[in-house]
Unconditional design. Structure first.
Length: 160
């Protein structure tokens, strides 16, 4: 909100434009004077450097655990769901990916990270994008490499 300063000097009698402007400024209420508000202690406890490093170390561990699990699970999905045909294979593999992700959330909660209330969602969101895309990438890559020889597309096989 804009602050208006009151004129300190009175307008001269000969100048009508200044009289009108002084009437306009007198109709505008004075803004509140700037006062310093006392600092209210936040409900969040202060985190010292050692606790912050421990929290970051555990979040990094969670991230890399999810990355490794995504690569291993995506590769394993190619072989686990080999007997399932068609659309069911795709949806079963995606359900497998989601179930494993919920498993990593349970593991993350068992790590007993002391996170502030505003960072509680990091247990779920830490590395979720990397997890999903690496799972899908490794699943598609291994499926392509395993079934490259069985498809007669005119392209030479990578695995003979």
């Amino acid at each position: 909100m804009a602050k208006f300063k009151k004129k300190k000097s009175q307008p001269t009698e000969g100048d009508d434009s200044k009289k009108e402007s002084s009437k306009e400024t007198s109709d505008i209420p004075e803004t509140e004077s700037e006062t310093t508000t006392p600092k209210v202690p936040s409900s969040e406890p202060t985190i010292n450097e050692a606790e912050r490093n421990e929290k970051d170390r555990k979040l990094n561990k969670l991230f890399w655990m999810r990355v490794a699990l995504a690569f291993i699970a995506g590769t394993a999905a190619t072989f686990i769901f080999e007997d399932i045909e068609g659309e069911e294979r795709r949806w079963t593999s995606i359900a497998f990916m989601i179930i494993l992700f919920f498993g990593t959330i349970i593991v993350a909660k068992s790590m007993k990270m002391q996170l502030p209330r505003s960072d509680r969602k990091k247990l779920v969101t830490q590395g979720i994008g990397s997890y999903v895309f690496l799972y899908l990438f490794s699943w598609i890559l291994t499926y392509t490499l395993v079934h490259a020889g069985s498809i007669s597309s005119g392209i030479p096989s990578l695995i003979s």
